[in-house]
Ligand binder design. Sequence first.
Ligand code: AMP
Ligand code: MG
Length: 478
Amino acid sequence: MKLSNLTLSTPYLSLDPIFYHEVAPAPLKNPKLVSHNLEAIKLLGLDPNDLNLTELEKLLNGTLQFKGSRPYAMCYAGHQFGYYVQRLGDGRAINLGSVKGWNLQLKGSGQTRYSRQGDGRAVLRSSIREYLMSEAMYGLGIPTSRALAIISSDEKVARERWEHGAIVLRLAPSWIRFGSFEYFFHTNRHKELETLADFLLHESFPEFVGVEDPYLTMFGSIVKRTAELIAQWQSVGFNHGVMNTDNMSAIGITIDYGPFAFMDTFESDYICNHTDTQGRYSYNNQPRIGYWNLERLAHALSPLVTPEKLKTELDRYGDYFTTRLMELLRAKLGLDTPHENDSDLLRALFTLMENGRIDMTPFFRTLSRYDGNRDTLLSLTLAPNQLNEWLDQYDERLSLNSSSVEKRHQQMLRTNPKYILKNYILQEAIEAAEKGDFSLVNDLLKLAQNPYDEHELFDRYAGITPPEHKNLKLSCSS
Ligand code: AMP
Ligand code: MG
């Protein structure tokens, strides 16, 4: 199918207008298509070989509309850094409608009723980060919103410096957030709260329509998805950076990429967000914050479901998280069956990674080829004795495996990525793009989507992060 034949529907607009603001995108000056993503294009049922790129560019810039599209911004509230803010909403995102279960949204396409003091824009730097990172998470098998294309422009946008305005077309099965429920709860609009719960149920949890306690069941599923999502983040060293409840997806996917980072050197209390001086959203705090945010959601749902029942579901969070994390970490070590001492082995590993200032990704990738020869692994740590001792335990533990060494290597090489998009790598692509060269953005898209493949030409991005780029903090301004 061609872009011009794609027809969107807008079920959200069947709700009361208090849920949204109908607003048209405001085009940018001299738009240029930076990159488009064939994987996402296929999701919409479009033929990637018959794609009119001029049309695509116009659709992103809002000078051409999809059939059936009626653009709107969604209303929500949220707890930001622990404090409740009643009026947030899509301040710079505009929804176009949905097709094949994907809700299309432009980010950076101008002001809406919810913009507050903001200009409704997004800069090229942060848009490239979101575009590539969504696809990197997808490549790693981590639930996430997706990104279909990105445009840059000659529009000047004021941040710490003047930057290029840009727009990303992003997709998600739902853009409803924990904060969407908080908005209606805190304004005492319980009828609308129920309408929203019903909408989400039909949109994203149709299997629970008609069950005895649908909202409770749906909440239980959100608890599980959120716990498992954060376990996945932890397993790859991903730090989201702004886990405010307005940035928490009600379907448990990663959304709203801001000052995020994949850790370079493993540091348990790493904070990627420069403005997060207290470390509320540090790597180590993410699981706890996930729970805290779910408590806020439970509170918001309390007019619809008995709080005790919500609490029972909430109490499962820790088990969901630990079970998933253990599964993921066992797979990273190539352990094919659980064993009672695995958590000790893993704890010791994370301690020695921190003590030895180990770069997580190359370490696990090297471990994926471990055959008893320790030289390369030992060269990756500043505390080789500790690693040596741990490897003795690991050798012993591997002897309990039922599969062959070769099988283990194969499985680990499909579990431990060779490429993750560390901040310094993204920065190279951003700097080239700001000068008009989009080739690295497009190359990184391929690495992001296929992180376990070799891509020899890009070996330089698979090693240890150069010291001057390690564990940088980024500002929230985007
Ligand atoms: P974030 O934490 O980046 O997801 O954003 C928090 C809130 O600020 C959301 O309501 C955003 O829509 C809004 N926002 C962020 N940047 C801008 C901007 N440049 N213009 C308008 N609203 C913005
Ligand atoms: Mg947000």
